[in-house]
Design a protein around this ligand. Structure first.
Ligand SMILES: Cc1cc2nc3c(=O)[nH]c(=O)nc-3n(C[C@H](O)[C@H](O)[C@H](O)COP(=O)(O)O)c2cc1C
Length: 195
């Protein structure tokens, strides 16, 4: 799951936890967020066309409910949750200090639909700047140390939300393993492997 930070047209800072997130295909720099319509996050994204997807570690689990609380849009949710800003590089919306990665996004497109008479949105952001904590990111091959990041995750039950994190299986396959000739057609995206 992630915390999405936004700012309203009047400059009020907002944070909301989101679990319905997915990247859109490997060569693209697009990310999709499934959202209900009744969200200050949505209103703010419409107003400023910017947002930051902040990836928290398990140590931030106690910040979930303070940021999920249904409070009026005039309330600054950084202050409410006791979270500090991390200035962004490419967008005016700040990120959240203490997370392990930040995707600064510009609004690409919003798909709107209704299902069982309930409106919902697919908000697609273009990631204009991705930053990963130096403790997590391996500059040699672009891999992430998930054991150090301890990404905050959530699974649901009939009773509510159960928070957990990942286990690294230490099992690796190159992208080329998916293709009959063993070559990754998207290898141009990556720098040459160091000898
Ligand atoms: C762990 C967790 C995950 C959530 N994921 C989503 C989500 O993916 N989409 C969504 O619309 N709301 C989601 N919510 C609900 C919003 O975070 C919540 O309604 C919040 O108050 C919205 O804040 P806002 O009105 O300031 O945008 C989630 C809540 C929690 C606690």
């Amino acid at each position: 799951m992630a915390f999405i930070s936004t700012v309203s047209g009047e400059g009020i800072r907002n944070i909301a936890p989101y679990s319905c997130l997915m990247p859109i295909l490997r060569p693209f720099d697009l990310i999709c967020v499934a959202s209900a319509k009744m969200r200050d996050t949505y209103v703010n994204i419409m107003e400023t066309e910017e947002f930051v997807i902040n990836l928290p570690g398990a140590d931030m689990v106690e910040k979930v409910i303070p940021t999920a609380s249904h409070v009026p849009p005039e309330i600054d949710e950084f202050e409410l949750a006791g979270l500090e800003e991390k200035p962004s590089a490419k967008v005016t919306v700040p990120g959240i200090r203490g997370c392990y990665a930040w995707m600064e996004c510009e609004l690409h497109r919003i798909y709107e639909d209704t299902y069982m008479e309930v409106p919902y949105l697919l908000i697609v952001g273009k990631v204009v700047h991705l930053e990963v904590d130096d403790r997590i990111y391996n500059r040699n091959d672009g891999s992430w140390d998930t054991e150090a990041a301890r990404p905050l995750m959530m699974v649901e039950s009939d009773r509510g939300m159960h928070f957990c994190t990942v286990t690294d299986l230490k099992y690796f396959e190159p992208y080329g393993a998916m293709f009959p000739d063993g070559k990754d057609p998207l290898s141009w995206m990556y720098k040459e492997e160091s000898p």
